[in-house]
Design a binder for this molecule. Structure first.
Ligand code: SF4
Ligand code: SF4
Ligand code: SF4
Ligand code: FES
Length: 956
């Protein structure tokens, strides 16, 4: 199997077989050995013989409907379909005989006689498998004519914003239906009717109204122009393509940006992508139009005060002004009154140069990243227990899981491509446990999937749950003691064991606190501990709590105790939110760590960086984002360089954040758009989109993937170049000529990246760190023979209820999350047609709570917390439990973070976004904050003198 060389961009017709046993056969005179179970079509392609096909493609199981791929096998009667016939030892196959040619021409005649003859004007002319096959079988005439009964006048469905469905061109090959089932797992399409009357149907609805989630898998699978991207209709067939990586979520899908000149025509997921294997979601595949949106800022701007209009200036003026302000503030208030914030939307290289600028040039460790507000507890908790701040597996590992436990994550919305893979494993029979206050789609709203246990705990009680699960494992004798003895610190295990075994940690004792029946918790614990390979996947529903770090450690404890680490199918898997959360943390953008999670107080590490950078470095950890904001509010923090991060929208307690920003003397924002933070800025550096720069992103499985420039930056520079210019103006030239040289420096200074280079990434497609002399091609599964810290360490995880309590004034708990079509603060997705699916944030409320308050569907309701008030429309649903409300935070005017509080994780200050005590009442006007926001943002847009778009929500 390993000897078989697969070529990029070749369709082998059917999926690879992974069987160990090889069989040898002869195809058109060529001997070939393939794994047992390989189809003849696949083997033929490997042997360099292309068999005509229409209904087969190698991303889907063979179907055998078009009859174009027939072959002859010596000694066998008939003409078997090569896509559905497996190779057998010793057979001799003929794929090109006069008889086969006759049959294939006949098949094609039938298709073409019911197909529009508009190839020359068709948008996919030159990129159509039907057209190719007509050529391949040598079809010159259609004996049946074109006037018989046909489907040529069938109406088009253009409802989906991104693709059209033109049934007049459909050959009913079912590739779309199978893609929706097998690849995406949504089951939105069927073939209705029989014989001539059979047709593709999205459940008798148009695509937009149907169950379709617009992943585009059907469009990609369609061999004709029936399902086709609207951008291809507009721009025509692409001319060249460049492989790059999605700039949205932590799945890190690989794409081929298919181009016409400098224009992107479509983004096609890369079949060889290690994280996505040719699949994508609506965001990565379709929602890239923001890169050319009219709101893009492309000129630098400066101003003295935030009440002044912006002045467009040259790059030199902007850089020099920013540098002079930093020098002035450094001289007046000291270097610790300044800092920087990097973003997980930036490339590794951009994050690296930003933290280098802050540490080596500003002279302070006041640099932090947006991971502070999402996965900083993951970094802390996994480092403490396992020794490395990263997830333990590849995504593919899930295909070997027998039990999947999802805690505080919503993969179908947040990590859709991985969710599709997980759903495939669940349809194969893996068991599913979901711990979430809300009934996410995977509980029972995904076709052919139903959670075995839904632990719908009360928000804020995660740690009590993990103790209760551990209690069952320990007290019912389900611990894998051999694993613990061999791999873990026994003493720490004993202390933990004795702790979780206490009666107060039993499911019965915690039943009321959790709001989950003790029997259900017991059954889930038994399933996790005894069901075979068990893997935990978790998200921000774990980390964004006052005990986020404790819960991460609790998860690691449970995995160690049950021996579920160090091989495929198991593990502790944080589902990282943004594309480069893992990378931004790896790159030393936390105030206490250099690259590779090495503490700034470590003399040897600091000496290494001092020698490389030629500047003295501080041994004191710097300020975290909340510390910077607190000090700014007190007038003691004065200058901020904020690259690609929108703290005014994404951080908690908005009014505190904006007050802090107003108090600073120099806020420099580098971004694609005039974002919420930029409205409080004095210098604006326009940034480059992911299509306009080179670098790398590191996804949730530690996979470093290439980001490659497919068009020139509209602002003139890649983002690392802007940082380097600022550095030079501050007297410290950074002498890189390309992003690859930054990665070379990272590799030279970071043991886990030692073997990483752009050249190697391009050769291998991607690399999962650690990549060093021992693991030159990277490390898919971590902690295989021993944990990175040597022995795994158990930590006692005492449950401490949050101080954010419900009471008579604030009787409900607000929890937040995100949805499929929008992305985080929405800066990108709001500037795409994805708004058609989610035009505004709404608040979900249980029917009982709504009825108590006289609230009806669609009413405007005021949500008041100890931090502030905002107004949203109500959506009444049983997805949330009584006493809990839920909203998203994709639109700035929603003010979701006006109501979230300053409470945060004890170890990392990650905000407790998931628990806010609130009251909800019917209202008929915007909150004071929203009214102020509307006036302020309109004035700021006017200051930028641009016709920028603003979503507005107005109570009726
Ligand atoms: S829409 Fe395309 S993929 Fe689906 S049945 Fe028709 S031709 Fe085949
Ligand atoms: S776009 Fe995706 S979800 Fe929609 S019908 Fe096609 S495959 Fe199914
Ligand atoms: S799953 Fe994530 S990485 Fe993949 S296409 Fe969607 S947003 Fe992009
Ligand atoms: S490709 Fe084999 S039957 Fe269609």
């Amino acid at each position: 199997m390993d000897d078989i060389k697969y070529k990029a961009n070749v369709d082998y017709g059917t999926p690879k077989s992974v069987a160990e046993k090889q069989v040898t056969l002869n195809i058109d005179g060529v001997d070939i050995s393939v794994p047992e179970g390989t189809s003849i079509m696949h083997a033929a392609q490997l042997a360099g013989v292309t068999v005509p096909k229409l209904c087969a493609t190698d991303s889907l199981e063979p179907f055998g409907s078009c009859r174009l791929c027939l072959v002859e096998i010596e000694g066998r009667r008939g003409y078997p379909a090569s896509c559905t016939t497996s190779c057998v030892e010793g057979i001799k196959v003929h794929t090109q005989t006069p008889k086969l040619a006759d049959i294939r021409r006949g098949v094609m005649e039938l298709y073409i006689s019911d197909h529009p003859l508009d190839c020359l004007t068709c948008a996919t002319n030159g990129d159509c498998e039907l057209q190719d096959m007509a050529g391949a079988v040598g079809l010159r005439e259609v004996r049946y004519g074109y006037d018989g009964e046909n489907h040529l006048s069938s109406a088009k469905d253009e409802s989906n914003p991104y693709f059209t469905f033109d049934p007049s061109k459909c050959i009913v090959c079912s590739r779309c239906v199978r893609a929706c089932e097998e690849t995406q797992g949504t089951f939105a399409l069927t073939i209705e009717g029989r014989g001539f009357g059979s047709k593709v149907s999205a459940g008798n609805k148009d695509f937009l109204e149907s169950e379709c989630v617009s992943c585009g898998a059907c469009v990609q699978a369609c061999p004709t122009a029936t399902l086709i991207e609207k951008t291809v209709i507009d721009a025509g067939v692409p001319e060249h393509s460049i492989t790059t990586t999605c700039a949205y979520c932590g799945v890190g899908c690989s794409f081929n940006a298919e181009m016409k000149g400098e224009e992107v025509v479509r983004m096609t997921p890369n079949k060889d992508g290690g994280a996505n294997h040719g699949h994508a979601c609506v965001k990565g595949r379709f929602a890239w139009g923001y890169a050319t949106h009219k709101d893009r800022m492309t000129k630098p701007m400066i101003r003295k005060r935030i009440t002044d209009p912006w002045q467009e200036v040259s790059w030199d003026e902007a850089i020099n002004y920013a540098a002079s302000e930093i020098k002035r503030i450094g001289a007046k208030y000291g270097k610790d009154a300044m800092g920087g914030i990097t973003s997980s939307r930036c490339t590794n290289e951009e994050v690296y140069v930003t933290q280098k600028l802050v540490r080596a040039v500003f002279g302070t460790n006041n640099v932090d990243t947006c991971a502070r507000v999402c996965h900083s507890p993951t970094g802390y908790g996994l480092k403490q227990t396992l020794g490395e701040s990263a997830g333990t597996q590849t995504f593919d590992s899930v295909m070997k899981s027998d039990v999947i436990m999802i805690i505080g994550a919503n993969p179908t919305d947040g990590h859709p491509v991985f969710a599709s893979q997980m759903k495939r494993r669940l349809r194969e029979g893996a068991k599913l446990i979901i711990a979430d206050p809300r009934a996410i789609d995977l509980v029972e709203n995904s076709p052919h999937i139903r959670a075995d246990y839904h632990l719908n705990l009360r928000p804020g009680t995660n740690v009590a749950l993990i103790s209760a699960l551990a209690h069952v494992v320990v007290t019912e004798g389900l611990v894998k003691e051999d694993f613990v003895k061999e791999r873990c610190e026994w003493d720490s295990y004993v202390v933990w064991r004795d702790f979780v075994a206490k009666p107060e940690n039993s499911p019965e004792a915690l039943e009321k606190e959790l709001g989950v029946k003790a029997d259900t918790v017991r059954a889930a614990a038994r399933m996790y501990a005894t069901g075979g390979n068990a893997a935990i996947y978790y998200g921000l529903g774990v980390t964004e709590h006052s005990q986020g770090s404790t819960m991460v450690m609790g998860i690691a404890n449970l995995a160690m105790a049950t021996g579920n680490l160090g091989r495929e199918g198991v593990g502790v898997n944080p589902l990282r939110g943004q594309n480069n959360v893992q990378g931004s943390c790896d790159m030393g953008s936390m105030p206490h760590e250099f690259t590779g999670y090495r503490h700034v107080s470590d003399d040897a590490t600091r000496a290494l960086f001092e020698a490389a950078w030629g500047r003295p470095l501080s041994s004191e950890p710097g300020l975290r984002i909340p510390n910077m904001l607190d000090l700014a509010s007190e007038g003691r923090f004065k200058a901020l360089y904020c690259v690609g991060e929108d703290i005014a929208q994404s951080d908690p307690n908005t009014q505190h954040v904006t007050h802090a920003l107003e108090n600073m003397e120099c806020v420099i924002v580098q971004d694609l758009f005039l974002n919420e933070t930029a409205m409080y800025a004095h210098v604006f550096f326009p940034g480059a989109s992911f299509l306009e720069k080179s670098g790398t992103f590191t996804n949730a499985e530690r996979r470093i993937s290439p980001v490659r420039r497919v068009m020139a930056p509209k602002n003139g520079f890649e983002d690392w170049e802007i940082t380097a210019k600022l550095s030079e103006a501050l007297g410290y030239p950074m002498r890189y000529s390309h992003a690859s040289e930054i990665m070379d420096e990272i590799a030279a200074l970071t043991p886990t990246f030692k073997g990483v280079s752009f050249k190697k990434i391009d050769e291998l497609g991607s690399i999962q760190w650690p990549c060093d002399d021992e693991n030159p091609a990277g490390t898919p599964t971590m902690h295989v023979d021993e944990f990175v810290r040597g022995k795994g360490k158990f930590f006692v995880t005492q449950y401490v209820p949050t101080t954010e309590k419900v009471n008579a004034k604030y009787p409900l708990i607000l929890t937040t999350g995100r949805i499929l079509s929008q992305y985080n603060v929405g800066a990108q997705t709001r500037r795409t047609k994805n708004v058609e699916w989610h035009k505004e944030d709404v608040v979900e409320i249980h029917p009982h709570d709504a009825e108590d308050r006289g609230i009806h569907e669609g009413d405007w309701v005021g949500i008041t917390s100890r931090a502030g008030e905002t107004v949203l429309r109500a959506k009444i649903t049983e997805r949330v439990q009584p006493g809990v409300i839920y909203t998203t935070f994709h639109h700035p005017e929603s003010g979701a973070n006006v109501i979230t509080t300053d409470n945060s994780d004890w170890a990392t200050n990650c905000p407790e976004f998931k628990v806010t005590a609130v009251q909800v009442t019917r209202v008929n006007q915007l909150s004071d904050w929203q009214q102020h926001y509307k006036t302020f943002s309109e004035a700021q847009i006017a200051f930028a003198n641009k016709k920028l778009s603003k979503n507005t929500q107005q109570p009726a």
